[in-house]
Design a protein around this ligand. Structure first.
Ligand SMILES: [Zn+2]
Length: 79
């Protein structure tokens, strides 16, 4: 059995609690980052008016809703 002093227990409790909160926060932030990255990969930018739209999935060509130009489906390289 590990022997500790009673004054060490609140410090140990706080360390375990803060570690658990940090782990939950990091997990949530990582999930949010992945969700946003997936959303950006599904979006396309019109090459004529630079509007970001979510094109129909699976279609190679999609039409911009604001200027009606045909655009190719491309994946942004900086994500
Ligand atoms: Zn457009």
């Amino acid at each position: 059995m590990i022997r500790t002093e009673i004054s060490f227990l609140p410090l140990l409790y706080a360390a375990v609690l803060l570690t658990a909160i940090l782990a939950l926060w990091l997990t949530g932030a990582w999930r949010e980052w992945r969700r946003r990255r997936r959303e950006w990969r599904e979006m396309g930018q019109c090459r004529l008016c630079a509007t970001w739209v979510r094109p129909v999935t699976g279609a190679e060509l999609w039409r911009c809703p604001s200027c009606r130009a045909l655009n190719e489906r491309t994946v942004p390289a900086d994500l």
